[in-house]
Design a protein around this ligand. Structure first.
Ligand code: NPQ
Ligand code: MG
Length: 368
């Protein structure tokens, strides 16, 4: 594979409803679509950096800069065998994993199209449908939360994840559990607590949650290792795990019992697979996170989640959970058993709807 030229599209897409987490609230999702041209084959990758550095220090504009000025110049015109091999060409770029992952994803799309095989097969996927859940943002009020959850349950979601932050945690989750004693339920704090404030979450331990996601700071495996023994409920790390080495160290320390895998956060699908493989070997469950992706990133998530170690439902909802209009011709729908079908066409298995792409594009860069 050789990238001859590339285009970057900076997109702004309206969400069907605002999404609020402990780090902020958004109404429009920004992202970058990477389009690469390799000897007659076109591939796409999605960069999940957002307008503001809330979830990650990266933003759409830092990723734009790093793709344009560092990553594309490092790979353009050079031969790469497998998509993951691209990482050696860009190894001198520190961090900026969301930007790197987008470029790697585009190469996986090209590779699959060249070999006429879907991404899931290339990665070692073992199922055609994957179990999914829905991530519910912080709502206006506790009653609003109950209503929103009721609505998603009626749509068929079999697992609910609720965003929490100090002051909007135990009481609301307790009410939710009382209303729905049987549902699969988990929470995500996006680092909103400290070792001093997190013991306020101890009552969650009686609510039969699947996991408590990322309570403490992203750079603090150590304090997570001090927190986990206080809880029966597994702690799951998201922001803290940027590569397989972090997963190993977290498990060795007892900082978590479950790992969330996102290809963006870890710098690409090849590292995501490496973390998966390590966790399978260690007997640790993993699940696929979500970043409010377009159809492009959603297709990649579905392929990744088809690997055997993804035993918990992913944050991979149907397209219409987030978007009325998407940039792919394909829309992903929820099956009655709370699964979504893994794309079966070559590469990512999606096509770009050119008029939607043009509609949402706020800037374009042609790289050659
Ligand atoms: C999480 N995702 O698991 C993330 C957080 C998240 C589906 O809960 C713009 C950019 C919006 C990054 C919303 C879900 C985002 C974002 C949520 C990340 O922690
Ligand atoms: Mg999370």
């Amino acid at each position: 594979m050789k990238i001859e030229r590339a285009n970057l599209y900076h997109l702004s897409m309206p969400l069907r409803s605002a999404f609020e987490t402990s780090f902020g609230r958004i109404q429009e999702r920004e992202c970058i679509l990477v389009e690469v041209f390799c000897q007659g084959v076109v591939g796409y990758g999605e960069c999940t950096a957002d307008k503001s550095p809330g979830y990650s220090y990266e933003t759409t504009l830092t990723a734009w800069h790093v793709l344009r000025d560092c990553l594309l110049p490092a790979v353009a015109g050079l031969e790469v065998n497998e998509p993951g091999d691209m990482q050696t060409l860009i190894s001198r770029v520190r961090g900026h994993r969301l930007a790197k992952a987008a470029l790697e994803m585009a190469l996986w799309d090209v590779w699959g199209k060249q070999l006429n095989r879907p991404l899931a097969a290339l990665l070692g996927g073992v199922r055609q449908q994957v179990s999914v859940g829905v991530s519910v943002g912080i709502q206006e009020s506790p009653n609003a939360l109950l209503q929103v959850v009721e609505n998603y349950l009626q749509q068929g979601y079999g697992r609910i994840k609720v965003k929490i932050k100090p002051g909007r945690d135990v009481a609301e989750i307790k009410r939710l559990r009382q209303a729905y004693p049987e549902i699969k339920l988990q929470v995500d704090a996006n680092s909103a607590y400290t070792l001093d404030s997190a013991p306020a979450l101890l009552p969650l331990d009686e609510l039969d949650l699947l996991l408590i996601e990322q309570p403490l700071a992203e750079d603090d495996l150590w304090d997570h290792s001090r927190l986990q023994p206080l809880f029966k409920t597994p702690i799951c790390l998201d922001e803290s795990i940027l590569e397989a080495r972090h997963a190993r160290q977290a498990l060795e320390m007892g900082a978590a019992r479950i790992i969330n895998i996102k290809s963006g956060r870890v710098g690409g699908l090849s590292e995501a697979k490496a973390i998966h493989d390590f966790c399978v070997q260690s007997g640790i469950p993993v699940w696929c996170g979500g970043m409010l992706e377009t159809g492009v990133g959603r297709a990649a998530n579905l392929a990744l989640a088809s690997l055997p170690g993804f035993t918990l439902p992913g944050d991979i909802s149907a397209t219409d959970r987030y978007y009325s209009q998407d940039i792919t011709g394909e829309r992903f729908v929820l099956n009655p058993d709370s699964t979504i079908d893994v794309p079966g066409a070559p590469g990512l298995g999606v096509t770009i709807d050119q008029s939607s792409l043009a509609h949402f594009t706020i800037n374009t860069l042609h790289y050659s």
